[in-house]
Design a binder for this molecule. Sequence first.
Ligand code: UDP
Length: 312
Amino acid sequence: MRILVTGGAGFIGSHLCEFLLARGHEVVCMDNLLTGVIDNIERLSADPRFSFVKHDVTGYLVVEGALDYVLHFASPASPHDYLEMPIQTLKVGALGTHRTLGLAKAKRAAFLLASTSEVYGDPLVHPQREDYWGNVNPIGPRGVYDEAKRFAEALTMAYHRFHGVDTRIVRIFNTYGERMRLDDGRAIPAFITQALAGKPITVYGDGSQTRSFQYISDLVDGIWRLMQAPVTVPVNIGNPHEMTLLALAEKIRRLSGSPSEIVFEPLPEDDPKVRQPDIGRARTLLGWEPRVDVDEGLGRTIAWFRTRLARA
Ligand code: UDP
């Protein structure tokens, strides 16, 4: 296949590009490098089946030649980033999804939207199943991301129903691994960077809020299975192993052999109290199951951060 990956220089996007190339596909990677990093795709550039286009997907899109699949992964995705770039976040979720769907329709390509567990907001149903409609504050600070992704899902379904585009929606839960930006502000990169520097580990609130963290290779496997399955309803992809943020901080401190103390800072507004995917649909429809447990995944991620920090 010839596949366009928007946001291909980002954390998840670059892993996807690498995976697809390894399976013999041709990849066009598009990124405006707002939160994507050219370093992430440097090794891929030597492959003749890989090309990079620096472009903002909210503007008119021109991609020469045929496309079989459009994977729309462009967006700031860390709360820290989307609070700093609220308008770009809304635009890439709304206008960018419109452009990429239009491109998929014109090229008669299939389309996959990277959606998010944030569509469930601060959930009142736990764990979150795909048929839960969510609890989102549209005017809160996280609304720029949550509502853009909810709009993106609605637009994807409209292109599917009205224009017959072959679409997929993956709702991605917290994901971590190599190539996350050191300064991206999310819990795992923040805790690892702090632990490795022997600085205080900053837990927001009392640390009793929960998340469920999946390792990047499990996510990529889930996306690949979804791309090939005739499933147009949204599918959660995440690791159901739920833990408190305080437990995560302690685990990272232990795994990295760090002397850091844990300090508590104010909880950001609208921070979801709990989050855990129900993965029944992915199990049944895709035969998918996460395989990397959190100690193993964090171990690999910490090793990568160590090397990265030594270079910085
Ligand atoms: N968090 C924290 N310390 C940090 C960064 C994040 O305690 O330095 C908390 C944050 O308040 C949230 C959880 O970790 O409860 C996960 O935050 P993240 O930014 O990774 O993503 P989210 O799941 O909120 O989208």
